[in-house]
Design a protein around this ligand. Structure first.
Ligand code: NDP
Ligand SMILES: Nc1nc(O)c(N)c(N[C@@H]2O[C@H](COP(=O)(O)O)[C@@H](O)[C@H]2O)n1
Length: 273
């Protein structure tokens, strides 16, 4: 995504409002309000292949993504995404102060990402975003990286080893991740990707941790071999269906909002026009 200041209209803001975190966090003990949001093709791909950044959002939905960034206290991505994209993970909406910038959070269990060389840290050093929090198991990340990260206001968040080892490597439970972020004082979280992060959340019981879903659907097919969103189907699992869906066209894309949690239904109905 480019670097010029973006504008998102008051009308479009109002359409999204019921699906966004409350402006004043209600309960300090609860887990962060978590919005799952990403851009997908018509064949459910979020990139052409692992490790390749693929622009799907048009200018209008890109501005929406930056509005969402301004409305959450943190943006979460997996290490696969930062290694592939070297993203900025800041908000480039017109008039945003440093205080209003979201905190980037990167799930990087064995510290594969060299944060010291990242665009995200460089932007934090320039006061154009916040330095990331990196969620990992390792207790001694490379000294130079830790020094650079901490000097800019970021940190490593260490998770316990218990229950984290799986056939795929270290995997923290989502409840533990969200608890750790709540303990860092983060009340709302925008989960952007990538594929493995999103797919692991779209299965029970993790799906209950998602407060809202806001998708950008771009009118394009990426074809086979991409990173796709297609969660594992567990035996006897019910179909996973978005509740209270709202479709909203933005430029050439369409935005699909909804919820996956039964207890959000009443709240959404009250706040939807
Ligand atoms: N279109 C869009 O909106 C978006 C597209 N993307 C695209 O997605 C692609 C990247 O997706 P993908 O390759 O799946 O990578 P991810 O960003 O999903 O990162 C995956 C890695 O994160 C770590 N991880 C994930 N879940 C956990 C967990 N529960 N506990 C501990 N570690 C965990 C693992 O690291 P380890 O391997 O070290 O164990 C895993 O391999 C890129 O091409 C990017 O461009 C990304 C975001 C948005
Ligand atoms: N909303 C959206 N649309 C796309 O087309 C995308 N490729 C992405 N990708 C996500 O945005 C990150 C890039 O952010 P910066 O512009 O560098 O801040 C990328 O890493 C993905 O998380 N999103």
């Amino acid at each position: 995504m480019g670097s010029s200041a973006l504008v998102f209209s008051p009308y479009d803001r109002e359409v999204l409002e019921p699906y966004l975190p409350p402006r004043t966090p209600a309960n300090h003990g609860s887990l962060p309000f978590s919005t799952l949001t990403f851009a997908t093709s018509l064949d459910s791909a979020i990139s052409l292949s692992p490790g390749v950044q693929t622009i799907l959002s048009g200018p209008e939905s890109k501005a929406m993504t930056h509005y969402l960034r301004s409305r959450h206290e943190a943006i979460l991505v997996g290490v696969g995404t930062v290694m592939a994209d070297d993203p900025s993970l800041n908000c480039r909406l017109e008039g945003i102060t440093l205080e209003q910038q979201p905190r980037p959070v990167v799930i990087d269990p064995v510290v594969r990402w060299d944060v010291a060389k990242s665009k995200c840290l460089s932007l934090a050093q320039q006061g154009k975003g916040k330095a990331p929090y990196i969620v990992c198991i390792q207790s001694n990340p490379p000294f130079g990286q830790r020094k650079a990260l901490e000097a800019a206001g970021g940190k490593y968040i260490y998770m316990g080893f218990e229950d984290a080892m799986t056939d795929d490597g270290f995997r923290f439970g989502w409840n533990s991740i969200l608890t750790a972020l709540r303990d860092e004082g983060l009340h709302s979280l925008m989960i952007e990707g990538g594929g493995s992060i999103i797919n692991s959340l779209l299965v029970p019981p993790e799906v209950e941790l998602i407060s809202s879903v806001i998708l950008t659907i771009a009118p394009t097919w990426l074809g086979q071999g991409g990173v796709t969103i297609s969660p594992e189907r567990k035996e006897k699992q019910k179909q996973l269906r978005l509740q209270h869906p709202k479709w909203h066209p933005l430029g050439e894309d369409i935005i699909l909002c909804g919820t996956l949690r039964a207890d959000r239904g009443n709240w959404l109905q009250q706040h939807s026009k």
